[in-house]
Design a protein around this ligand. Structure first.
Ligand code: CA
Length: 468
């Protein structure tokens, strides 16, 4: 069901030097490119304050669009975050709360509609280049989930220089290209960039959606000498390798943007850039400054990410948008911009009216996170963030002023009870995990098992059983 595209108005909700918007009127729906980095640190792009190397191309993208200063993903690690992004729904709604274990038959439940499936109705051709990580069994394959093309890796990561036989482990099996196994050739990040350029060249002239899901700079830390040379002012060898990996990713963004420009598609393409979760700072030498903690936690360092959207001539350029937004918003933003009705069962919000100043106020009253089957919860409103980590007292932060979550707000209990209550109500509405986590079978949170009925004694007993 198509409907009229939004007229373009002046942006009243953004701040920055350049209004950069087109005249009002109907235009053709754009192409969509979602560029996802993997385990990129919050501070590791220029527009987030990066100091020891440079990301000129990602910065150029940010300068041509809107940079979100309070942007989140729906999970602090890979697969559940991607499940949220591609469905627009909290992945807890369908039990996708763990990474799928390789060759274990686990994957994004088939009950869910993915973004490329939704776009089919509007005539889009969809391609994924890069990391899938939403199930490696045949029924979960990207080509079964709405994508017309797949070039990349089915698992959670890959060696950047080599592959082995089909029986090799997750990080060494051959890549897949258009249904055929192919080896890693050269440097994987560059190989993925080439595949993305190939997709765009072949699909030009027809509406397309490209999901360019780099596995960089996820481990293993590997980069070729010529990239290491470009960041040789960095003396720490691990940080240097990480910087080289991000440099290659930035090169790739630049090549995609240059091709769109060459093909005259810059103004006809909406491009997103974000990371799937915060940097695992000890593991890959990333930097989440000034955020607290890392990937895997519900502190800001796990879930707050660099995030930009650009649609030159249509969305404001060189602006920032400060209200909290989520990767869940990509789905409804894309389907609405494609002229489709937004499904009613999703948690994301179409951000375009907010960026154009047609809608005021925050897109989300409240955002939620839950990880490790109830060991970690967090919720954020415009003003506050509540973190509940098993074994610790609840922590309430005035998050707008205290982005580092370093000074818990004293509270008479009212606000904490209120936010805890909404968090519990959100959590208990969800089914149990669709498959167990990598740490093995663990007792299910009593509220998950019983609905809202568990009392504190049961919760305490559950916590004790978990041995924390
Ligand atoms: Ca990740």
């Amino acid at each position: 069901m198509r409907r009229a595209l939004l007229a373009v108005l002046m942006c009243g909700a953004c701040s920055g030097p350049d209004a950069g918007v087109a005249p009002a009127g109907e235009q053709q729906p754009p192409n969509f490119v979602v560029i996802l980095a993997d385990d990129l640190g919050y501070a590791d792009v220029g527009f987030q304050g990066l100091q020891d190397f440079a990301t000129p191309n990602i910065d150029r993208l940010a300068a041509s669009g809107v940079r979100f200063t309070n942007a989140y993903v729906s999970h602090p690690y890979c697969s559940p975050s991607r499940a949220g992004l591609l469905t627009g729904r909290y992945q807890h709604r369908f039990g996708h709360v763990h990474n799928p274990k390789f060759r274990a038959g686990e994957g994004l439940p088939l009950s869910e509609t993915l973004l490329p499936q939704a776009l089919t109705e509007a005539g889009y051709a969809s391609g994924i280049v890069g990391k899938w990580h939403l199930g490696d069994a045949p029924r979960f394959h990207p080509l079964e989930r709405g994508f017309d093309e797949f070039f990349g890796l089915l698992g959670g990561g890959h060696d950047y220089f080599k592959s082995a036989g089909a029986d090799a482990g997750e990080y060494l099996i051959p890549l897949e290209a258009h249904g055929e196994p192919v080896p890693v050739e050269g440097y994987l990040t560059e190989q993925l960039t080439e595949a993305a350029l190939d997709f765009v060249r072949r699909r030009t002239g027809h509406p397309f959606f490209l999901y360019l899901s780099y596995n960089a700079p996820h481990g293993p830390l590997q980069a070729p000498p010529e990239l290491l040379d470009r960041v040789n002012s960095i003396t720490d060898p691990r940080r240097q390798t990480y910087a080289a990996m991000v440099t290659s990713l930035d090169d790739g963004v630049g090549e995609v943007l240059a091709l769109l420009e060459e093909l005259g598609l810059s103004e006809g393409t909406m491009v997103f850039f974000l990371s799937d979760n915060g940097g695992p700072t000890p593991a890959n030498a990333s930097d989440n400054t000034p955020l607290r903690a890392t990937k895997g936690t519900v502190y800001e360092g796990g879930v707050r990410v660099p995030f930009v959207v650009a649609w030159p001539g249509r969305l404001p350029a060189g602006r920032t948008y400060d209200a909290p937004v989520s990767a869940l918003d990509i789905f409804p933003t894309v389907v609405a911009t494609a002229g489709l009705e937004t499904p009613t069962n999703i948690d994301g919000v179409n951000l375009v009216p907010y960026l154009l100043g047609e809608e005021h106020g925050p897109p989300h009253e409240q955002l939620f996170w839950q990880s490790d089957e109830g060991e970690q919860f967090a919720t954020r409103t415009a003003e506050h963030k509540l973190v509940r980590v098993l074994g610790r007292e609840p922590e309430l932060y005035a998050i707008e002023e205290d982005i580092s979550e370093s000074n818990p707000v004293s509270d008479d209990g009212v606000r904490i009870r209120e936010l805890s209550g909404s968090m519990e109500a959100w959590h208990v509405a969800h089914p149990p995990p669709a498959w167990p986590g990598t740490r093995g079978e663990r007792p299910v949170h009593p509220n998950t098992a019983k609905g809202l009925g568990a009392d504190q004694a049961e919760i305490d007993a559950w916590m004790a059983r978990r041995g924390n």
